[in-house]
Ligand binder design. Structure first.
Ligand SMILES: [Zn+2]
Length: 212
């Protein structure tokens, strides 16, 4: 799942000034710095999004291959993906989304950055929940997707050491979304027909070179 929650923070304080009071210049400076920082975050978000493959790109429909070599390139890729995820203000990013057809993704769990290479879901709850999901590769779209509430995911970290995460929502939802990317599956494939039609109408028409 990609986040859409943090985009509006920081604007609340800007509209209060009406000129009746002597301004506290220290406060004005602080507000200006905060506004500047917000503009910079937004600029960085847009630059990051421009580096993430967008809907219509056929690579998003392709199946990624297992990682076999745990080399420096893999470590650098994981670091680059983690940085890009944060700059894009997302909470998960799959290698497919940066055009690399290898089975790894990064995500955030309880504020911690995680990497899973060759991920496999080894257990999932019968209990499910429907909630809206967005995606850094389908920027205009937010659609309801039903997912198991708890999953266990296993794989390795970027150095090849085994990792195992027992996750609840929201992290459980994030890893299922990212694992889908490695199989060429998108949220519009997981939602109901009406939501899919609405999403496809919002997505700019583009030539679809994949199987669908
Ligand atoms: Zn996504």
């Amino acid at each position: 799942m990609d986040e859409h929650d943090h985009e509006h923070a920081g604007h609340e304080h800007a509209d209060q000034e009406d000129g009746e009071h002597d301004h506290d210049h220290t406060q004005d400076d602080a507000e200006r710095r905060e506004a500047d920082a917000e503009l910079e975050r937004e600029a960085r978000r847009l630059v990051a999004l421009a580096r993430i493959r967008q809907y219509g790109d056929p690579v998003l429909r392709m199946k990624a291959r297992d990682v076999e070599a745990y080399d420096d390139d893999l470590g650098r890729l994981a670091e680059r993906m983690t940085a890009l995820m944060h700059e894009a203000q997302g909470v998960g990013l799959a290698a497919t989304q940066v055009g690399v057809l290898r089975r790894l993704f990064v995500f955030v769990e309880d504020g911690e950055d995680r990497v899973v290479v060759n991920p496999v879901i080894t257990a999932r709850s019968d209990e499910t929940e429907v909630d809206d999901e967005g995606c850094l590769s389908l920027r205009e779209v937010l659609v309801p997707v039903e997912r198991p509430c708890r999953v266990t995911i296993e794989g390795t970290d970027a150095s090849g050491a085994p990792v195992r995460f027992e996750l609840q929502l929201p992290a459980a939802r994030i890893v299922q979304h990212e694992l889908d990317h490695l199989d060429g599956v998108l949220i519009i494939d997981r939602t109901d027909d009406e939501s899919r039609r609405g999403a496809l109408a919002r997505l700019r028409p583009q030539p679809v070179l994949g199987a669908r």
